[in-house]
Design a protein around this ligand. Structure first.
Ligand code: ZN
Ligand code: FE
Ligand code: FE
Length: 265
């Protein structure tokens, strides 16, 4: 088993279980390395119901430091964050990311303008819009996110499929542009198994995108996007099979925002 770099804590207000329990699950699954990546603080008033505040951030840092110390002889634990990419907030995010010694930063697009499209409370908005247009706007944001230079890993690429809304047209061209931008920015993307637990019932991103990314030599890492301890490392056998099928022979691990290859089992 390689790494699981995507897990949350109760500080984001929609996850449960203490970091210690996530670590215990990782040990039970035989993971040698994991990383916490809770949702980042954003400027005042920016969707505060799904994230910690800036004032709570030291508590997050201390929680991670404490499990790092406690488990230092059994597992490597990285200090990461899942930071939103939302045009207009880049200066805040840049300042915040520079203020902490992160091992890696996952960049995620969770909003199209002010619509939190992956939040089940706002799912009916999909029916009011053109699905192809949603996909095009989403991948255009991924491209801008890559060009911002703020992030190391693109989180859950193709999360717009979460509730089962599929594009009618072929998205290969927009997806290729986004993947090219990630590669040119020196970024990884993650194969994220949480989609298997969502209505779309599919890993993020889909196999076709993973194959395309492999052909384009876009580096990759792995995450379960756990919001509860039980899903740490879940379905990684399927993720690894998918990566090997696409032609990948390695994934990447991070330390102080530098990346290093790990051979796939
Ligand atoms: Zn979350
Ligand atoms: Fe996310
Ligand atoms: Fe997440």
């Amino acid at each position: 088993m390689p790494v699981d770099y995507h897990m949350h804590t109760p500080l984001c207000k929609h996850a449960r279980g203490m970091p210690r329990e996530y670590v215990e699950q990782a040990l039970a699954r035989g993971l040698p390395e994991i990383g916490f990546s809770d949702h980042n603080p954003m400027p005042d008033g920016f969707d505060p119901t799904v994230r910690m505040s800036r004032a709570e951030f030291p508590e997050y840092r201390n929680m991670i430091r404490s499990v790092q110390r406690r488990y230092s002889d059994r597992i490597t634990i990285r200090f990461g964050v899942e930071a939103d990419f939302h045009p207009g907030t880049e200066d805040y995010v840049r300042e915040f990311l520079a203020s902490e010694p992160f091992d890696y930063v996952i960049g995620s697009v969770h909003y199209l303008e002010d619509w939190p499209f992956d939040n089940p409370e706002y799912v009916e908005e999909y029916l009011k819009r053109d699905v192809d247009d949603i996909y095009r706007k989403y991948y255009a944001l991924i491209e801008r996110m890559a060009r911002s230079g703020l992030y190391d890993i693109a989180g859950h690429l193709d999360v717009v499929k979460k509730f089962g809304h599929r594009p009618r047209s072929d998205m290969t061209e927009v997806v290729s542009r986004a993947l090219g931008a990630l590669r040119d920015a020196g970024m990884c993307y993650e194969v994220n198994t949480s989609g298997l637990r969502k209505p779309c019932r599919e890993i993020y991103p889909e196999a076709k995108i993973v194959s395309l990314a492999a052909r384009m030599s876009v580096p990759v890492t792995l995450g379960s996007d756990s919001h509860e301890p039980g899903t740490v490392g879940q379905d990684f056998d399927r993720a690894i099979a998918m990566l090997r099928e696409a032609g990948y022979r390695e994934v990447w691990r991070f330390e102080r925002r530098q990346r290093f290859p790990v051979p796939l089992p």
